[in-house]
Ligand binder design. Structure first.
Ligand code: DGT
Ligand code: CA
Ligand code: CA
Ligand code: ZN
Length: 583
């Protein structure tokens, strides 16, 4: 087990102990240990192997032993016993937004509630409202939370899907009976939220590949198993489908199972118009449905299929029947951004607000992974829950960043931290005055407390865009995928205002956000509004979101020229200065 997995187990133990009403010191010790383990810089394996866990502050003897067991065996009997001692339904209750261990414990003790169904019934009967600490409002909130859970139980965020899919794909690729393989479906199209994961393999020995797939560690259960396909349930509750075809059929099956359904329908129509037939088995010289190999056009790749239908190759991300055919017909598809074009992120936090890492550490880490720059845009004072900076601390931070940059310069490094803020958009102004904003390299303006109504939210965002010192708007709609709806905003009006004022819009690449949504980028692009792909980093690991953000940008038809943080540092500085010079 790696540190993130160990941390997840520890934090789960903490929650369960709290659920059982254990002494708060003990439960907190687990939560703390989880946080400590997560932020270790050395591999946990090394610390265990060299018996150096005792050097870590905040992890006592008992916890050291448990961590050692987890790292060396991948299991922990204590954890399993604890889990078994809890009614199974209680942990389901924890998944309902707004219900923590304390509330679940109260519901269980006082109303004997041990399942989502029982909770829903108790809410409808008004029993929950009359418990101390609950009330009418929290009862209504719980009912809403249950609805929300139901609606989304079978949907998953893309990053969770990719975390499961990537290693499976990797292992399929090295299997001796696998000729070609790929993900397909919504994962390959890079949808932000997916239903299930699809894999496609070509092989001369389907049975061996299917046996391999269905017995992989991480497969919880096998829901279907046939000669050429299988479906399994993976850890984390995500369903995955595998199909195995011959290598001659592979390109056609890949195109078919990548979808989208709407895109496939249009493809099939095009084939018919040309006197051909397209299905998952081939593109056939035939006017009726067939799978006769003698009639199949010899396509080796998806590109060959597109070419046979008079189309330039359509990248999987664009296959949503959103104009890709018209563009591909005229060979006018944009050359999409590559994630390696990105040079750094312009919206990030440090331990001066609610981020985890210190300025120097961020600089050395981001430099090491190949970035050219990294902006520090900690929260402003109104975000006190996130330890937002007041003007005095922000001025200090500017000096601290200068010092880090001076050291970098002395070392001969070209990497630079940029100063900045994620300034709160308040009711009638921004959280900092213009003269302070003017001293910062990068200003991101974000609405963290929406007004409620669409008109008012839109007005506030437009006013922020009109400020000459605001470079970009952060996470425009505030959505948290599968958790919180976007707040109401007239995105088109805000995009228009950004176009007029030369303000950029963030594509927040945290996989909970992917905000602004890919569906809106073609409009923004048509208006000439530039995109900034930011990770909104709160810890080093978040740098990997750059790759995800680039995928979503591709889905939004964006090219390298549309994305500001593809620029090298000097060009970026000029771009940052441009809006201010207009005023
Ligand atoms: P998901 O799993 O809900 O996120 O979405 P997809 O797109 O991955 O859908 P899925 O897994 O049901 O099927 C994978 C692909 O197979 C889908 O994108 C297109 C193709 N496909 C499935 N059923 C049909 C169908 O009835 N007609 C057509 N034309 N294509 C289909
Ligand atoms: Ca799927
Ligand atoms: Ca599927
Ligand atoms: Zn924010």
């Amino acid at each position: 087990m790696d540190k993130d997995q160990v941390a997840a187990v520890l934090s789960e133990i903490g929650v369960w102990l709290e659920l059982k009403g254990e002494n708060p010191f003990k439960t907190r010790a687990y939560a703390n240990a989880a946080r400590i383990v997560e932020s270790l810089t050395e591999p946990l394996e090394t610390l265990v192997a060299e018996q150096r866990l005792s050097e870590i502050k905040g992890i006592g003897q008992a916890l050291q032993e448990k961590i050692t067991t987890l790292v060396t065996t991948g299991r922990l009997p204590y954890y399993e016993e604890l889990k078994a001692s809890l009614p199974a339904g209680l942990t389901d209750l924890l998944l309902i937004p707004g219900l923590g261990p304390k509330k679940v414990k109260a519901l269980h003790e006082q109303l004997k509630i041990d399942s989502v169904e029982a909770l829903e019934a108790a809410c409808h009967a008004g029993q929950v409202a009359s418990l101390t600490g609950f009330g009418e409002r929290s009862q209504a909130k719980i009912l809403e939370g249950i609805q929300y859970r139901r609606q989304y139980a079978s949907r998953h965020r893309l990053d969770d899907a990719l975390d499961l899919a990537d290693p499976i794909l990797e292992s399929l690729r090295s299997h001796p009976d696998v000729i070609r393989c790929s993900t397909a479906g919504s994962v390959r199209r890079f949808k932000e939220v997916i239903g299930d994961i699809d894999f496609l393999v070509s092989s001369r020995n389907p049975a061996s590949v299917i046996d391999f797939f269905t017995t992989k560690p991480g497969v919880l259960s096998v829901s279907a198993k046939g000669d050429t396909k299988a479906s399994v349930l993976l850890e984390g509750g995500i369903q995955a489908d595998l199909r195995v075809v011959s290598d001659a059929e592979y390109p056609f099956a890949l195109a078919y199972f990548t979808g989208s359904k709407e895109h496939n329908i249009a493809m099939r129509q095009r084939a018919i118009q040309r006197g051909l037939r397209l299905n998952e088995y081939g593109l056939f010289r035939s006017t009726e449905e067939t799978r006769d190999p003698a009639l199949r056009l010899p396509c080796q790749t998806e590109d060959d299929i597109f070419a046979a239908l008079g189309l330039a190759s359509i990248p999987p991300e664009l296959r949503e029947d959103q104009g890709e055919f018209a563009a591909a017909e005229q060979n006018a598809l944009p050359r999409l951004l590559e994630w390696t074009d990105l040079r750094g992120s312009l919206h990030n936090h440090s331990n001066w607000s609610d981020g985890r890492n210190a300025l120097e550490d961020i600089a050395s880490h981001m430099q090491e992974i190949g970035c050219a720059y990294w902006a520090i845009t900690d929260h402003s004072q109104a975000s006190f829950q996130a330890n937002g900076l007041d003007p005095a601390r922000l001025r200090q931070q500017i000096k601290a960043i200068e010092a880090v940059n001076n050291t970098l310069a002395d070392e001969g490094s070209a990497f630079r931290l940029l100063t900045g803020t994620e300034v709160d958009i308040l009711r009638d102004r921004l959280d900092f005055k213009d003269d302070l904003l003017s001293k910062l390299d990068v200003v991101v303006a974000s609405l963290h407390v929406p007004a409620g109504g669409e008109a008012e939210n839109t007005k506030r965002l437009i006013r922020a865009a009109q400020n000459p010192y605001v470079h970009m708007l952060g996470h425009l709609t505030g959505r948290l995928l599968l958790e919180r709806e976007p707040y109401k905003v007239n995105a088109q009006a805000v995009i228009d205002a950004c176009a007029e004022t030369g303000t950029w819009i963030e594509l927040n690449s945290n996989p909970y956000r992917f905000d602004l949504d890919w569906r809106l980028w073609p409009y923004a692009r048509s208006k000439g509004v530039k995109c900034v792909i930011n990770v909104d980093g709160h810890r080093h690991e978040h740098a990997r979101f750059l790759r995800l953000g680039a995928g979503v940008a591709r889905k939004g038809w964006l090219t390298r020229a549309d994305v500001v943080n593809t620029l090298p540092l000097e060009k970026l500085r000029q771009a940052l200065a441009a809006k201010r010079q207009k005023h």
